[in-house]
Design a protein around this ligand. Structure first.
Ligand code: ADP
Ligand code: MG
Length: 814
């Protein structure tokens, strides 16, 4: 058992604006515990009679200042937790701090550079590297990714995520068994056998989260995310299995409701966050007080899920992320205060070992048989009756598997029955004799074959050709079947929720009801076993393809608009940069691959040369009738050192190539994610343009009255809600041709890309300007409409969008 208080670390984010001097200082005396002093400037410590405290001091295990890079954070904070996790202890790392203080950056990483990858990817890399090195145990790794939003659990890796809307997905709920263990129903576990697979799951979850987020629900700042690695290990032959869980947690922003100063819907959310973190605080206060018997874990989902991490069986680490700028001082101080309380909590981590009942039964059965045999031997009961037919057959089977077993340690166990032992010897003798005769026969038939080689060759050739044909046919049939299967699975995945339900009812379940191992690990959940059956990689690529490949279904007009949108989008620079880096990495990997091949063949040649040299030496010794020269041959020495050098080079290059592969994979995932983001932002922008158009134009309005504009995403649905709720006063039409949603705009602008991201340019585009008037605008009603409201709104929206882009360009060039 390891007793340990929760470790607390602080990380200060580099300021967005120029460094504001004198706000904080770090005291890192070697002998003392490091402390962070926050100094509140006099102008902030308000009031006439200035009796407010001006300086606050907080102690941390370590404080990482602005210049600490991701590698340092991993090495100092995450690596020790990962190490104890690998030995079988539960671990948790959670980041706490206000929105924008760097929680996601620290836990997951930045979205642009490979070097910015955070604790999760680095920890995954470290874990799989260590598992590969250790061949003494059998390891199994699973991943789950849970999001808690407004006290509601969502599985970010649910394979049905894309095919259905969030509301249709089953909620993750908490179940407690009689031993008070927490089980999460509907949270899928996905096996990951390599770093790549685990990384894919991380990106898949993040992408799902991004897709679900709408301007009205900025889930990323208001939800908690728990990425969990589940590890089980056992020694070969042992019945004891060790389980450990590693939670990597990105908490919601810790800012208080009062400061957010928002109303309506957003206030409800902010309250929730506060409520959820408030319960976390309550749990922490209860834990840090001595003699408290009741800890209110059950008050919120997050504290229930993290129950073990807080005051339980877990090694827990907290990272307080701080954005130490003047306006954030209040929040920073409250983050530090929270950390001080957390530091008082004591955890007791134990190794989680359990006996696998199936293996145990096997062991016991064997032991019983051995004891029975021993007993028979000791009591000396002679058995005289002949062995039955079934017994003989069983013995022969045992002999065959004994002979086929490659393990030199394997034993032929027939018990203490002399009849059986005798029969075994007889049987073995028979086999040996048969083989001898057969061996002789083969030799003679081989010599015969040489006489009639030609005709046999032709016959054999024909036979082989026939087999080849058969195999070809088989492969073709299998490929067709596979294609059909794949199509079916895709249909299930992409069917709208309702159809899918019908589909499920009408078909027998496409997947078996899970393997026993899974059932054992998550006894109360049925989802994991199903989820296992989606190949992670296949699923990811099809999903990402679906997400990035939306353009294929776009109308031509929309495609053109998307091209323009993409070109002017700030993120496209990042995508292009990453593309460039990827290109470089690819060519580097290619060159490395070639060098590796060269080195490999060089090693082969050198080995060959050394062998040749050796043979020559021996031959020389024999011909001159003397022993091999006792002093090592100089030429050979040289060859050997060359060989060693080449091997070293090979190893270095190979390691580099492996690292490159991981980097390439990571960059590709970053780009995939950026593309999905771009696409999503385009959809939002497009929807907004289309809605503006609807508000502006009575013609379109009436058109859409008859046939509502087909809305797909959640944001669009919310938009239509707003539209139908005109009387609420949330939005207003400002003059002719300038409809806009105030509430919506405020949020939408946050995520709008550069072409219309600045409020300034928004204003220009949404209010009537002389320039707009000067652009000859065809009356909307005179545009020949196709009758299909979707296409019509597409066309109309595009015309409008083009005008705005043109207009902005004109303004820009002026
Ligand atoms: P949070 O998740 O706490 O809301 P983020 O992690 O999203 O905050 O960080 C906000 C912004 O600051 C992001 O653009 C992120 O890239 C940047 N950032 C945060 N921490 C650092 C850091 N240590 N170094 C560089 N940039 C950072
Ligand atoms: Mg965040």
């Amino acid at each position: 058992m390891v007793k340990q208080t929760i470790q607390i670390f602080a990380r200060v984010k580099p300021p967005v604006r120029k460094h504001q001097q004198g706000i904080y200082s770090i005291d890192e005396d070697e002998k003392l515990i490091p402390s962070l002093e926050i100094i509140v400037p006099r102008d902030l410590a308000d009031g006439f009679v200035n009796n407010k405290r001006e300086s606050y001091k907080f102690k941390f295990q370590r404080i990482f200042d602005q210049d600490a890079n991701q590698e340092t954070i991993f090495e100092n904070i995450a690596k020790p937790v990962a190490e104890s996790f690998l030995t079988g202890y539960n671990g948790t790392i959670f980041a706490y701090g206000q929105t924008g203080s760097g929680k996601t950056f620290t836990i997951t990483g930045g979205a642009e550079r490979y070097s910015d990858r955070g604790i999760i990817p680095r920890t995954l890399s470290y874990i799989f590297e260590q598992l590969q090195k250790d061949s003494s145990k059998i390891y199994t790794t699973h991943i789950s990714y849970l999001e808690i939003y407004n006290e509601c659990g969502r599985d970010l890796l649910d394979p049905r995520h894309e095919a259905s809307s969030l509301e249709d997905l089953p909620k993750v709920t908490i179940l407690e068994d009689p031993d008070q263990n927490i089980h999460l129903k509907n949270l899928s576990l996905h096996q990951a056998t390599t770093e790549e697979e685990a990384l894919n799951l991380l990106f898949l979850g993040d992408t799902n989260r991004m897709i679900a987020e709408t301007p009205m629900n900025q889930a990323s700042t208001r939800s908690h995310c728990i990425f969990t690695v589940h590890l089980s290990s056992k020694e070969p032959g042992s019945a004891t299995v060790r389980h450990a869980k590693l939670h990597l947690v990105d908490l919601a922003g810790s800012e208080r409701v009062a400061k957010t100063g928002v109303g309506g819907h957003l206030l409800t959310e902010a309250k929730y966050i506060n409520l959820s973190l408030h319960y976390l605080e309550q749990v922490i206060i209860a834990l840090s007080e001595k003699h408290r018997s009741h800890i209110p874990y059950r008050n919120s989902m997050m504290t229930s899920v993290l129950r073990d991490s807080l005051g339980g069986n877990c090694m827990t680490t907290m990272i307080a992320t701080l954005s130490l700028e003047k306006r954030n001082l209040d929040e920073s101080i409250s983050t530090c205060r929270f950390a001080q309380r957390v530091a008082l909590i004591k955890n007791e981590a134990v190794l989680n070992e359990e006996i696998d009942p199936r293996l145990m039964i096997k062991h016991l059965q064997k032991e019983i048989q051995e004891l029975k045999d021993e007993l028979a031997m000791v009591t000396g009961e002679p058995r005289t009756e002949a062995l039955t037919e079934a017994e003989l057959l069983q013995l022969e089977k045992l002999i065959t598997s004994f002979l086929e077993d490659q393990d030199p340690e394997s034993r032929l166990e027939v018990g203490a029955d002399m009849r059986k032992i005798h029969h075994c010897f007889h049987h073995l003798k028979k086999l040996l004799n048969d083989k001898k005769i057969l061996g002789n026969n083969t030799v003679s038939s081989e010599s015969k074959d040489q006489d009639c080689q030609e005709p046999l060759k032709e016959e054999e050739y024909r036979k082989l050709q026939d087999i080849l044909k058969q195999r070809d046919n088989e492969i073709n049939i299998l490929v067709n079947m596979l294609k059909k299967e794949k199509k079916k699975v895709q249909e299930v995945l992409y069917l709208p929720a309702k159809d899918r339900r019908e589909f499920r009812h009408s078909q027998s379940p496409p997947f078996p009801p899970g393997n026993p191992e899974e059932g054992q690990r998550m006894p109360l959940s049925s989802a994991p076993s199903q989820a296992q059956d989606f190949s992670t990689l296949g699923y990811r690529s099809s999903l990402l393809h679906q997400k990035t490949g939306m353009r294929e279904e776009m109308s031509l007009g929309r495609q053109e608009a998307f091209e323009i949108f993409k070109r002017d989008h700030a993120d496209s620079v990042t995508i292009d940069d990453n593309k460039q880096i990827l290109k470089q990495r690819f060519s580097e990997a290619k060159a490395l691959g070639e060098s590796i091949n060269e080195a490999r063949s060089k090693i082969g040649h050198l080995k060959e040369e050394i062998t040749q040299r050796h043979i020559q030496q021996v031959a020389l010794g024999i011909s001159e009738n003397m022993a091999v020269p006792p002093t090592p041959d100089q030429q050979e020495e040289k060859l050997r050192s060359q060989l060693e050098e080449e091997k070293r080079r090979y190893k270095t290059m190979f390691t580099r190539l492996k690292a490159l592969k991981v980097e390439i994979e990571h960059l590709q995932l970053l780009m995939d994610k950026a593309k999905v983001k771009l696409q999503k932002e385009f959809e939002v922008w497009w929807a907004e343009e289309a809605t503006n158009l609807q508000v502006n134009s009575p013609a379109v309005n009436s058109l859409n009255h008859k046939k509502p504009f087909l809305q797909t995403s959640e944001s669009q649905r919310e938009l239509s809600q707003l539209l139908s709720n005109k009387s609420s006063g949330d939005w207003e039409v400002q003059g002719q041709g300038a409809g806009r949603f105030d509430a919506y705009d405020v949020n939408a602008r946050k995520i709008l890309p550069s072409p219309c991201s600045s409020p300034h340019s928004q204003k220009q585009s949404s209010t009537s300007t002389p320039l707009e008037d000067s652009i000859p605008e065809r009356p909307v009603s005179s545009i020949p409409l196709t009758g299909d409201s979707q296409t019509d709104s597409d066309i109309l929206a595009f015309i409008k969008a083009r005008q705005r882009i043109l207009q902005k360009k004109c303004l820009g060039s002026n």
